[in-house]
Design a protein. Sequence first.
Length: 186
Amino acid sequence: MIGQSLLERRLLEEIKKGSDVILVRVTPTTYFESFEKVIRFLTAMGKVVYVSLNKPCSSLKKHLGRIGADMDNIVFIDVVTKQFSNTLSGENNCIYVESPNPVQLTVSIDRAMEKVDSNPKFLYIDSLSTISLYKSSDSLIKFLRQLTGKIRFKGFVAVIVVLDNELDPIYFAQASLMCDAIIEVV
């Protein structure tokens, strides 16, 4: 396809091969461009549950709308807003979570997955590195193990972002074992 980036081609290739869980490892310098390409690509194909651990839903909506992502195809899980504000906008496509606690995240992801009726359907986690700031690496791996099972059972394709060198190599290796593919964006 003309104009399609290498990242988009790799994602499409993995989706066609039947990969359910795709780990995308980015550097800080490739993060923003990769994030925009992946979200535009996924929302053009189906509905996306977007787990945002770094930015509030309101900011993401403005940015993603400007770059041409199909906003009707996104259900947000916002783990940022409740930490800083008691006033929530009550948007119907945004689920607010108080913290990146794995139990709260799992319940919220389940709720969001129930709202998705497309095929294909996607889960985008931004980013695994951020969860590791709040929870032990052991808790992170347990959460990821439970989540990848749920993704496969419910017929989703997950794109999980991790920043290069932000996870201890042992935990990165364990996380990669639960994935079907790793795409390196350097």
